[in-house]
Design a protein around this ligand. Structure first.
Ligand code: ADP
Ligand code: MG
Ligand code: MG
Ligand code: MG
Length: 402
């Protein structure tokens, strides 16, 4: 049944699949299965063998997005996810789940069960802190972004990867949902009532802002700088105190390196406004907000340090050694980081895909205030993107909008 034609599995079929198509579980395994997917696009089966205390995840790509059947997507994106996870396992060892099998007929990947970790968005909404996160995520980003660029890779080999991961359908989703729709009065936008007027005047009515988003969209589509994760929000990060694992790289393709960094920063800002508007005034709230500010600052500064260090150790391109070039190049990555921070802040508030950090703020006035901070900061990050050089610059832009 699993070897001739693709179909989307239910829990019972996933058990059957594991028994007949994978050699992961022992023959005497007593398998249970639960579909635990909470994302927009795919089905995630958790299989457990209580008897031998083993578990496994099978992620299967569905033919349409759960968020809206307007998005019909080739399930071949599961191949991209598998191949990227294999590559990231080499480039950034320990920061991604181990992968065991990819099945091109069923469009599913078997991988390590990370249930001992928590999805970072959920953990941050419970106002937890992860002091090692900034160190972990910057190692992951420098290793996956700089080491896949022309600075380090042999150029013909790099062009081969560019071709292998063009990912046109998932790129189109980002092109539309991140770069285009939030910045005009698009029927698909979902705008909170208390934010509508602000969106109309300050976003859709601002032709200077629109011009900048057009420039950024074309850079996203044409700058094949680094092999991106492409969807690096806090829902794609599994975390616990001593470990960080990055999942869900199905949007991966060659684009501007700052895209991933900016996504991380923006999603920490969503956690920041969540803390600000859902926690009672007092020490715990101040602590949580300071923790998030420091994390944003550290991520930018550690990213810079590690990037320059890895450049010195690993650059193979002769021209990359000329004095001043690495600083120039890093400046462009920081500029793109600021821009994407702004795009992500805007599109999660105005666009089709919202984030729970903000939508869970119950009091309508508080939610409108939180959204206004995100949109004002977003605009500043986009418009002034050339001026962000340090972690402190990112934090002070946020504070200016409070
Ligand atoms: P989607 O592409 O649909 O967003 P994700 O890969 O983000 O799918 O997975 C959706 C959810 O499934 C995650 O939020 C997490 O709860 C669960 N999940 C995914 N991968 C794993 C894993 N390796 N171990 C445990 N749970 C996982
Ligand atoms: Mg996901
Ligand atoms: Mg919305
Ligand atoms: Mg996904």
């Amino acid at each position: 049944v699993f070897t001739s034609a693709y179909f989307t599995m239910n829990e019972q079929e996933a058990i059957e699949y594991a028994k007949t198509r994978l050699d992961y579980f022992a023959p005497d395994a007593e398998l249970e299965c639960k579909e635990i997917g909470d994302g927009n696009l795919n089905y995630v089966f958790k299989l457990t063998d209580q008897k031998n205390n083993k578990s496994l995840i099978i992620k299967q790509a569905g033919p349409v997005a759960r968020i809206s059947d307007e998005f019909k997507l080739s399930p071949d994106r599961n191949r991209i996810e598998f191949e990227i996870l294999e590559l990231q396992n080499k480039l950034a060892q320990g920061f991604v789940p181990k992968v065991y099998n990819y099945d091109p007929i069923m469009n599913c990947t078997a991988m390590e069960d990370l249930s001992d970790h928590t999805i970072m968005r959920t953990a941050l909404m419970q106002h937890e802190k992860f002091p090692l996160f900034s160190d972990h995520i910057t190692t992951f980003m420098v290793n996956t972004l700089l080491l896949t660029s022309d600075v380090v890779m042999e150029h013909k080999e790099k062009k081969g990867l560019v071709q292998k991961f063009t990912n046109p359908e998932l790129c189109e989703i980002s092109e539309d949902l991140v770069f285009t729709e939030p910045f005009y009065h698009c029927p698909r936008n979902e705008v909170f009532e208390g934010t509508r007027e602000f969106a109309q005047e300050e976003i859709w009515g601002d032709s200077k802002l629109q011009l900048e988003t057009a420039k950024l969209k074309f850079e996203f589509m044409t700058n094949t700088q680094s092999l991106l994760h492409g969807d690096l929000h806090t829902g794609s990060i599994f975390i616990k105190k001593d470990s960080t694992k990055i999942i869900d790289p199905e949007f991966a393709f060659y684009g501007p390196a700052g895209y991933d960094v900016g996504n991380v920063i923006a999603n920490l800002i969503f956690a920041y406004v969540n803390a600000k508007y859902t926690m009672a005034e007092g020490e715990a709230r101040t602590d949580q907000m300071e923790y998030l500010e420091n994390t944003i600052e550290d991520i930018v500064d550690l990213f810079k340090d590690k990037f320059l260090k890895a450049w010195d150790e690993k650059a193979t391109e002769q021209a990359a050694r000329y004095e001043g070039f690495k600083e120039y190049y890093l400046d462009t990555v920081l500029r793109d980081t600021a821009a994407v921070t702004g795009l992500e802040l805007s599109r999660r508030i105005i666009g089709l895909a919202s984030v729970k950090d903000v939508t869970s703020i119950e009091d309508p006035n508080s939610r409108a205030a939180a959204e206004k901070i995100c949109l004002s900061a977003g605009k500043m990050f986009i418009m002034d993107r050339e001026s962000f050089k340090t972690g402190a610059d990112f934090v002070s832009a946020l504070k200016d909008c409070e």
